[in-house]
Design a protein around this ligand. Structure first.
Ligand code: 1GP
Length: 254
């Protein structure tokens, strides 16, 4: 699948460890769904959430965003349109480079070496489909350059973030993403709290090819509008979808 970012301004982050609202019709107005969380996520609950959304709204693209390779399987790769893998600039080494090299080491091994390797289900996929599956798999993986700005969030604790970036540093990370690292997505992450427009304004100055996402604490039309006007290509709304679907509808741009 190729993804056209034009027209994507509202993204819903669905936490697979939380129950979906009884009525998920609020998703009708969202442009893309990311399935991922930082606590109690498993391959099974990820797959269940992806399938529930894809079956109800087949035209909405769905990303899986794992924080561990244990969450990725042949089924999740096939059920999701893309697997988005965070690279956390202000995280520990494991979360900027370590986990990715481990993942691609598994992906790049010859199929026969993958049987019984650390990513058994991915290995099984490659063994069953042949070397072409390596290309299929890498084509479905998207890197996301992340800056995690809320130290109290599970995302920060999980990825070893112990200091936030100044807006100048956010701008620097954005410039590096655009011109050096080449991740297709730059993500300003305030998970659980509203960070305001400053970091988005700083990052937007340098991003042309890169898609700029902001997530964290959006629970009103005013906040959604403020972030989009600051230069984000899309806002990501998470908690509000699970906690208050009616208010969530207000975050969707008209
Ligand atoms: C979390 O950026 C998302 O990864 C959304 O944040 O849950 O605070 O809306 P909220």
């Amino acid at each position: 699948m190729t993804l056209d970012w034009d027209g994507i301004s509202h993204i819903t982050k669905v936490d697979p460890a939380k129950p979906l609202p009884a009525d998920i019709s609020a998703l009708e107005g969202t442009d893309l769904v990311i399935v991922g969380g930082s606590d109690d996520v498993t391959e099974a609950n990820t797959l269940e959430a992806i399938r529930a959304i894809a079956e109800t709204y087949p035209s909405i693209p769905v990303f899986q965003e794992p924080y561990s390779s244990d969450h990725v399987s042949r089924e999740t790769i096939e059920a999701a349109d893309f697997v988005a893998v965070p690279a956390v600039y202000n995280g520990d080494r494991d979360h900027f480079v370590g986990k990715h090299v481990d993942l691609f080491t598994e992906v790049g091994r010859a199929p026969e070496d993958l049987l019984g390797a650390g990513l058994p289900i991915v290995g099984d996929l490659i063994a069953s489909k042949g070397v072409d599956a390596i290309a299929d798999l890498t084509a479905s993986l998207i890197g996301e350059g992340y800056v995690v700005q809320h130290l109290e969030s599970t995302a920060a604790v999980t990825s070893g973030v112990d200091t936030t970036y100044t807006s100048d540093q956010v701008a620097g990370a954005a410039l590096a993403t655009e011109t050096f690292y080449g991740f297709p997505i730059f993500y300003v992450e305030y998970s659980g709290t509203y960070g305001g427009p400053e970091d988005v304004e700083a990052a937007a100055r340098y991003l042309e090819e890169t898609t700029l996402l902001y997530g964290g604490g959006i629970d009103s039309r005013e906040k959604a509008t403020e972030i989009l006007e600051a230069g984000a290509d899309a806002i990501v709304v998470g908690d509000c979808f699970h906690d208050d679907p009616e208010t969530f509808r207000e975050t969707i741009p008209e």
